[in-house]
Design a protein around this ligand. Structure first.
Ligand SMILES: [Zn+2]
Ligand SMILES: [Zn+2]
Length: 245
């Protein structure tokens, strides 16, 4: 979808009454009652490192073997059902007006023990997409989420610190090692002084294997960030790493 199609879509959305982010039911700001009742929240306890539900160990088997690079990763919900539908509409049907409904989940999760390990973060960095993809889509989904999230939590937003330098194929449909190769050296820190010595929170809509978050975290640590955490609306584990689901 091009930027002008996105714009037309947004203008059309503005002419009509609010709709549920997931099922598009008219008359609901955010989530309708039915969809809100079916949000697949990730239950506690979770792996201290990657936030995957486990019981009763502290780390899941995948983190014991190969932990993600961020100090801790958390997602509010599983990438399925009403949440998957809403993210799909947000990103692939290019409806930036759904950002508040999805960010609402991030804000809710921020008030629960699920995200406690991330609360040391002093600033928020949206995961950047390549400028070419941003032109195609008309917006960067993680920037819109981060704006809403920061407005509600009072955390400062660092929007132009991290840059995506490589334009590669989308990660969807790739296996774990292909994903790792696909994002290698994909990020550059353009304002290292903004993150030097700081603890930062990377924000995105969905994480799968963590290869994109890992690569962005490596770039931030190399540029002088003290600690890096990651937070997303949803987690979609690949089949091979789906122990807790
Ligand atoms: Zn609904
Ligand atoms: Zn884990």
């Amino acid at each position: 979808m091009s930027w002008w199609q996105t714009l037309c879509q947004e203008l059309l959305d503005m002419l009509y009454p609010p709709r549920c982010a997931s099922c598009a039911l008219v008359g609901w700001e955010g989530w309708c009652k039915e969809c809100a009742d079916h949000i697949p929240y990730i239950p506690l306890p979770v792996c201290a490192r990657c936030g995957t539900p486990i019981d009763p160990q502290r780390f899941c088997p995948f983190c014991l073997a190969q932990p993600p690079v961020p100090e801790a990763v958390r997602a509010v919900a599983r990438y399925r059902g009403v949440v998957r539908a809403a993210i799909h509409r947000f990103k692939y049907e290019a409806r930036p007006s759904l950002a508040p409904a999805l960010a609402q989940l991030l804000v809710q999760g921020w008030q629960t023990p699920l995200t406690e390990p991330l609360h040391a973060a002093e600033a928020v960095l949206p995961l950047p997409i390549h400028s070419r993809r941003e032109r195609e889509r008309g917006f960067n989904q993680s920037l819109l989420l981060a704006r809403e999230f920061c407005r509600n939590t009072g955390l400062p937003l660092l929007g132009n610190v991290l840059e995506r330098v490589a334009y590669r194929q989308p990660q969807v449909g790739l296996g774990e090692s292909e994903r790792r190769d696909n994002v290698r050296d994909a990020f550059r820190v353009v304002q290292p002084q903004a993150i030097a010595g700081k603890s930062v929170l990377l924000l995105d809509d969905v994480w799968t294997t963590g290869s994109t978050l890992n690569e962005a975290t490596r770039a931030l640590l190399a540029a002088g960030a003290r600690r890096v955490f990651a937070y997303t609306v949803a987690h979609e584990p690949l089949q091979t790493s789906a122990s807790g689901y």
